[in-house]
Ligand binder design. Structure first.
Ligand code: SF4
Length: 145
């Protein structure tokens, strides 16, 4: 019989997860690595299809995960408090789903046992361009993924 621990991603609250379980929740969509702009007047955050230069578009993972906060100071580790605060994260983000006590989708790697389908829900579903100084970010706005 399956125990709660075996399905920890569906049954445990975020604050009950071990560090390894917490890390495993990330589905690798990579969508949080898209650049975003914030409206000065309304504080609204708008996505662009410009992706961080460290992002691996094929896998959705960070090319230098250990040093991400050094390479990109605005890239802060996701914590329990920040999951609550970061309402700009994609609606599909596993941390946001579990924060609201919702189930992870069937395609989540923890549900299917591998990450072969995640790409269809992540960066590969968007016509991304890699960040560069020449780009005017306002020309690359997209709806929130
Ligand atoms: S949006 Fe959420 S699930 Fe997707 S890569 Fe970022 S932290 Fe992971």
């Amino acid at each position: 019989m399956e125990t709660n621990k075996e399905k920890y991603w569906q049954t445990l609250a975020l604050d009950q997860l071990s560090q390894a379980e917490w890390e495993s929740l990330c589905d690798g969509c990579g969508l949080c690595c898209l650049h975003k702009l914030q409206d000065e007047d309304t504080d609204e955050i708008v996505y662009t299809r410009i992706v961080c230069r460290y992002s691996d578009i094929q896998t959705g993972s960070c090319g230098d995960y250990a040093n991400r906060s050094i390479n990109v100071p605005s890239c802060v580790p996701l914590t329990l408090e920040r999951v609550a605060e970061f309402d700009w994260l994609p609606d599909s983000c596993a941390y946001r789903l579990r924060y609201f006590n919702l189930s992870l989708p069937n395609w989540h790697p923890l549900n299917i046992g591998d990450d072969s389908q995640v790409k269809y829900h992540g960066l590969q579903s968007i016509n991304v361009v890699v960040e560069s100084l020449e780009l005017d970010e306002e020309d690359y706005l997209i709806d929130k993924p």
